[in-house]
Design a protein around this ligand. Structure first.
Ligand code: B4P
Length: 211
């Protein structure tokens, strides 16, 4: 219960000082965004907003939004921008007192990135840093097929759907990187190696930004 390390305490203090720290974890499907987000939110006390998780929750609750989203996700396509932006807007409203957000899997299109800029501007804040996990395609496919064996996720079991997701990423999501490169907020991080190695690369980049 009291097992919190001093580094975390120090940075949580720093986050309070700076009022808000918003981070985007960027990268292709299977690059480890979800895996690393779980560790980062614990370390830095941020609110984790994963559009993938929010959509899967809607699917498992069989809401109209979930049923609509499933049609796109099962084919490896992106869910329409207005649906995802609406979800993020209401999640931001639910966490008005957050010291910062970690966006995982969002934004995935330039339209989503521009909408996020506007939403954060209304809250008098902005994105501090975009950390992009880089992993080669064959490793991504291997990881996702492996996860598909146990996750029950229909988008992870079929290699054609996985390849479609990678194509969609290359065509629709990589331009998002240019959006953030313009404002010098973008940093590529090697996403290959052990989960702990990658976590320490990401933490090092965040700590530098917080100093
Ligand atoms: P997401 O839920 O965002 O998931 P992801 O991109 O598939 O995976 P992630 O990168 O988080 O990988 P993970 O850590 O889990 O998207 C799913 C779908 O939702 C999209 O295709 C799209 O249809 C829809 N969607 C989501 N957001 C959207 C948006 N903004 N707009 C439109 N549509 C949207 O890691 C994967 C696997 O690798 C795991 O099994 C993990 O254990 C393993 N792994 C992680 N790190 C590893 C390491 N270092 N070494 C070995 N294995 C590792």
């Amino acid at each position: 219960m009291y097992d919190i390390n001093l580094t975390s305490v120090y940075y949580i203090y720093r986050l309070d000082e700076k009022l808000m720290f918003n981070l985007i974890l960027f990268g292709p499907p299977g690059s480890g965004k979800g895996t690393q987000s779980d560790k980062l939110v614990e370390q830095y006390g941020l609110i984790h907003l994963s559009t993938g998780n929010l959509l899967r929750e809607e699917i498992s609750n069989k809401t109209p939004l979930g049923l609509e989203a499933k049609k796109f996700m099962d084919k490896g396509q992106l869910v329409p921008d207005e649906v995802v932006i609406g979800m993020i807007d209401s999640s931001l409203e639910q966490h008005k007192k957050a010291r910062g957000f970690l966006f995982d899997g969002f934004p995935r299109t330039v339209a989503q990135a521009k909408a996020l800029d506007k939403l954060l501007e209304l809250k008098k804040t902005s994105i501090a840093s975009v950390l992009a996990l880089e992993v080669n395609d064959e490793e991504l496919i291997k990881r996702l097929l492996n996860r598909g064996k146990t996750s029950g996720r229909s988008d992870d079991t079929n290699e054609n759907v996985i390849r479609k997701r990678l194509t969609v990423y290359n065509n629709e999501t990589t331009p998002v990187a240019d959006h953030y490169k313009k404002s010098k907020k973008f940093l590529a991080v090697n996403g290959e190696g052990s989960i702990e190695e990658i976590f320490s690369r990401l933490s090092e980049a965040i700590d530098k930004k917080l100093k």
